[in-house]
Design a protein around this ligand. Structure first.
Ligand code: PEP
Length: 250
């Protein structure tokens, strides 16, 4: 089973119109050799998606949102629906990022509803899971992530959904798990996805690793079995770094 690697940039709450230059530069550097090996998408703040649409399309890049509401529309001040993201030019949306889970109290049930909303709107959800440092130190990493997969992945999800394993303690800290720990977690995650979706589906689901990925460690992390790409935060803000991560596939 070959799964096309996906390298996704999560800009978080960073980026003004001037930052569109970085998306332009990413497209310029996304050459044929790289396109043949990996899919690249950028998830800028929602304010930039419609503005980035043509630039990203010219460069062969996809776009994603960073969150969506479960409802298609209505009285939800400040929220954005999956349909709105799609209309603006997104084809993906990140759901259940640990910053959403911690800053906004999102539960697995919320994340599952958002993932279902994404699918309803024709978007591919990138469903994030990951343990905290205390949970890893208590030996609970596998059980925590297993429960998050069980609770956050819609049971009828198609195999093009994406799951991102992002240990909370590795996000934005410069710390990363060992390659052995990543291998153990990704094999476990695939087994839990299989339990939820059935064998045919689970083998096609891409499981990304996220947490302090940068050009200098990308090759090691992305070559681990069952790692089908990366969700990249800080290193996705500058084209040079983001493309440097993706070049691990060349
Ligand atoms: C993220 O927030 O999804 C992330 C992985 O961040 P960073 O790469 O900065 O650790």
């Amino acid at each position: 089973m070959t799964r096309r690697p996906l390298v996704a940039g999560n800009w978080k709450m960073n980026g003004l119109r001037a930052s569109l230059n970085e998306i332009e530069a990413m497209g310029a550097a996304y050459d044929e050799a790289l396109r043949a090996r990996a899919e690249l998408i950028v998830c800028p703040p929602a304010t930039l998606i419609a503005l980035a649409r043509d630039i990203a399309a010219r460069g062969g890049l996809g776009l994603g949102g960073q969150d969506c509401h479960a409802a298609p529309g209505g009285a939800h001040t400040g929220d954005i629906s999956a349909e709105m993201l799609r209309d603006a030019g997104a084809s993906y949306v990140i759901v259940g990022h640990s910053e959403r889970r911690s800053d906004h109290g999102e539960t697995d049930a919320d994340v599952e509803a958002k993932a279902a909303a994404a699918l309803r709107a024709g978007l591919t959800p990138i469903i994030c899971v990951g343990e905290t440092r205390a949970e890893r130190e208590a030996g609970e990493a596998l059980s925590v992530v297993g429960a998050q997969i069980e609770g956050s992945l819609p049971a009828d999800a198609p195999s093009h959904v994406v799951v991102a394993y992002e240990p909370v303690w590795a996000i934005g800290t410069g710390l990363t798990p060992t390659a052995d720990d990543v291998a153990e977690m990704h094999a476990f995650a695939r087994a839990r996805i299989e339990a939820r979706l059935g064998r045919g589906g689970s083998e096609q689901v891409r499981i990304l690793y996220g947490g302090s990925v940068k050009p200098s460690n990308a090759r090691e992390l992305l070559s681990v079995a069952n790692v089908d790409g990366a969700l990249v935060g800080g290193a996705s803000l500058a084209a040079k770094e983001f493309i440097g991560v993706a070049r691990a596939y060349c």
